[in-house]
Design a protein around this ligand. Structure first.
Ligand SMILES: Cc1ncc(COP(=O)(O)O)c(C=O)c1O
Length: 410
């Protein structure tokens, strides 16, 4: 089976994990700081905070920024649900924003309109680098300044990517923080893992505290409980200054992530090569278009290889997915528009939601992610493309022959 994404583990990764298993610390040990140091080096930000996954990372940012009921968060309609949910958990109201119909990324004119219509006292833009393509962060920062909004990058797809101005994703030149995921389908695998990078040392310290139950060990509210009358500190004393979380990453996961990070450049280069091959094979085919251009490849991080198909209906896409699966090829749809999800739809009809997010809808209707991971060989790519082209052509010809409802049923 060629899945749409998977990890690549070398012997040195296994050795790194084995070393932790033989050490004194399985968690709260030195491997976590080592990962944070490596992330600072990889992104160019001044601080990094590692945690147990990307969803927790987004939630830590929300809590550390003080997001609450007074905030609106502006989230692209095409993204993973966690881009919105982590801020909703902090009390914010999500405002979904339409996307570009070509690549599914946040549409800046739609964002400008949404920010201009907001009366919320606090606003936060979740800049999602969908599939690994960086948004134009300089332009987003300019909008944020104009409307008094904070910018957080959801860079879970974009480790190793570069923004249109040549800045490394995660260096936070134009944002308060950037968030990463180390799930096995992402660029580097930790099993489960995530991190935040930021240039704000105070924010980083707050997130480190929150990920560990919000425990404080100095500056106490009850100094009389913390030390004797003579001023000798009691060694056991600590306080919780907020209801915190256990969002720690273990040393086992952190060591794997750090080992993987040493190979990030190689991993991303191969992903770019694969994406270029897909373009070579699929560009000439009518009705099939990659959701990226050749000129974008050198700065794209390619978590996904999204392709747009001129499907006549969802049934056609379902049959293509099934036929590819039968040939051992895994594909996936990234994503069903988030505002359609029952927890956000608030009783709106599908027709209303389509009218509110027309470009998200058209992107969703066409997109399919093809296999993309470091271990995919040139032969695998050819096999995938031959299958895609053949099955899609069969679909189109049977549609033309039948042109009936049954052809369009799943
Ligand atoms: C855009 C985006 N944000 C956030 C997340 C959450 O990351 P995690 O799965 O590590 O919690 C994901 C996961 O796929 C994602 O795709």
């Amino acid at each position: 089976m060629l899945p749409y994404g998977r990890q690549w583990i070398d012997e040195d990764d296994i050795a790194a994990v084995r070393a932790v298993l033989r050490s004194d610390y399985l968690t709260t040990g030195p491997a976590i700081e080592a990962l944070e140091t490596a992330l600072v080096e990889a992104t160019g930000a001044t601080c990094a905070v590692a945690c147990c996954n990307g969803t927790a990372a987004l939630h830590l940012v929300a809590m550390a920024l003080g997001v609450d009921r007074q905030w609106e968060v502006f989230v692209p309609a095409i993204t993973f649900a966690a881009s919105a949910a982590s801020f909703v958990h902090a009390g914010a109201t999500p405002v979904f924003v339409d996307v570009s119909p070509q690549d599914g990324l946040l549409s800046l004119p739609s964002l400008e309109q949404a920010l201009g219509s907001s009366t919320a006292p606090h606003k936060l833009i979740v800049a999602v680098h969908l599939a690994g393509k960086s948004l134009p962060m300089c332009e987003i920062a300019a909008l944020a300044t104009r409307f008094g909004a904070v910018v957080v990058e959801d860079a879970c797809h974009a480790l190793g990517g570069i923004d249109p101005e040549g800045n490394r994703v995660g260096n936070c030149v134009y944002s308060q923080a950037a968030v990463f995921s180390f799930h096995p389908v992402k660029h580097i695998a930790a099993g489960e893992g995530g991190a935040i990078t930021t240039n704000d040392a105070r924010l980083a310290a707050e997130m480190k505290k929150l990920r560990h139950h919000s425990i404080v060990r100095d500056g106490f509210s009850h100094p009389q409980l913390a030390a004797s009358a003579a001023g000798n500190p009691f060694p056991w004393y600590h306080e919780f200054d907020a209801p915190g979380f256990n969002y720690r990453i273990s040393d086992i996961h952190a060591a794997l992530a750090t080992s993987q990070l040493t190979k990030l450049k190689r991993f991303v280069e191969r992903r770019r090569e694969i994406a270029a091959h897909y373009l070579d094979y699929l560009e000439p085919i009518a009705g099939i278009e990659c959701a990226y251009t050749r000129s974008e490849i050198p700065r794209h991080a390619f978590h996904l290889a999204p392709v747009r198909f001129a499907f006549s209906c969802d049934g056609e896409r379902a049959r293509l997915m099934r036929a590819l699966h039968e040939r051992g090829i895994g594909t996936q749809v990234h994503y069903i528009p988030v505002p359609v999800q029952p927890c956000y739809a608030q009783g709106k009809s599908i027709a209303d939601l389509q009218a509110l997010f027309p470009h998200a809808w058209s992107y969703y209707r066409q997109c399919l992610s093809l296999p993309l991971y470091y271990g995919l060989s040139d032969g695998d790519i050819r096999y995938v493309c031959d299958a895609v082209i053949e099955v899609f052509a069969n679909e189109k010809s049977s549609h033309q022959d039948g042109a009936s409802k049954s052809v369009c049923s799943p």
